[in-house]
Design a protein around this ligand. Structure first.
Ligand SMILES: [Zn+2]
Length: 227
C-alpha cells in the first residue's frame, strides 16, 4: 500500500487553502439553513428530521473537499431540502394523517402501573430500552406510574401516582428485577413481562392471569419520592 497516496496523493497547497475556504462557506450555509428551518435543537429528532439531516450532511460535506464541485450546486441542494422541509412541516400541520405517517403516533406503554401488553407483544418497544428510560425519572417500580407515553421523538412523558395512591409494582432496577424461585404466602409478586401484580394466593400454576407468562419478581410498593 502506498502510504503517500493514501494520505496526501495530489493535494497541493492551493487546494488545501481552497478546502478551508469551502469548509467555512458550507459551515455558514448549514448554520443559516438550520436557523431558517426554525428547528430549535437536535436533542430529539423525529424520523423525518433525521432524513433531512442525513441529506444535509452529504450535501454539505462533499463540496468541502471535492475540487470540481462548485459551491452553487451544493447551495441548490440545500435550498431544495429547505423547501422540502418547509413543505413537509406545512402539510403535517394541515393534515393529521400525513403527520402520523411521517412522525408516528404517541404510544401508551404504561397504564395504571402495568405495561400495555399489546404493544409489548408486538415488540414495538423492548423492556430494557424502556426501563432504562424510566429509571432516569427516578422510577423504582411500575406501581408509581399512572401513565407513561412514548412520544414520537423518542422521549418519554410520565404521569405519577402520589405516594399515597401508588400500587404494588414491578421493579425496574436490575437487582430487584429478578425471577423468584420460591414463593411466600401473603407476598405480592409482579409479572416480569406485563407488570401485573398478584398476591401469592391469587397466582395459580405460576401463570400470569393477564399475559400467561410464568416469570414473577417480588413486587415493591414503597419508593423514594423525589417529586
Ligand atoms: Zn403478565
Amino acid at each position: 500500500m502506498d502510504v503517500f497516496k493514501l494520505f496526501i496523493h495530489d493535494t497541493t497547497w492551493p487546494f488545501i487553502l481552497e478546502i478551508m475556504v469551502r469548509s467555512c462557506v458550507m459551515y455558514i450555509l448549514i448554520l443559516l439553513f438550520l436557523r431558517i428551518s426554525g428547528k430549535r435543537g437536535i436533542r430529539q429528532l423525529s424520523i423525518f428530521e433525521l432524513a433531512i439531516i442525513l441529506c444535509l450532511g452529504s450535501a454539505a460535506g462533499d463540496p468541502m473537499f471535492t475540487e470540481d464541485l462548485p459551491i452553487v450546486q451544493a447551495f441548490l441542494v440545500i435550498f431544495t431540502i429547505l423547501l422540502l422541509y418547509r413543505f413537509t412541516t406545512w402539510s403535517m400541520m394541515k393534515n393529521q394523517k400525513i403527520e402520523e405517517l411521517l412522525e408516528g403516533k404517541p404510544l401508551y406503554i404504561v397504564e395504571e402501573g402495568k405495561l400495555v401488553i399489546d404493544d409489548v407483544a408486538k415488540e414495538k418497544f423492548s423492556h430494557d430500552e424502556f426501563f432504562a428510560e424510566m429509571r432516569q425519572y427516578n422510577i423504582e417500580h411500575l406501581g408509581q406510574v399512572r401513565a407513561a407515553l412514548l412520544e414520537t421523538d423518542g422521549s418519554l412523558s410520565v404521569l405519577f401516582y402520589t405516594a399515597e395512591t401508588a400500587k404494588w409494582g414491578l421493579p425496574i432496577f436490575p437487582k430487584a428485577y429478578v425471577k423468584v424461585e420460591q414463593f411466600h404466602p401473603y407476598t405480592f409478586y409482579a409479572c416480569m413481562f406485563c407488570g401485573c401484580t398478584q398476591i401469592y394466593e391469587q397466582i395459580q400454576g405460576q401463570r400470569c392471569p393477564r399475559c400467561n407468562h410464568t416469570s414473577w419478581a417480588q413486587a415493591i410498593r414503597d419508593a423514594y419520592w423525589s417529586l
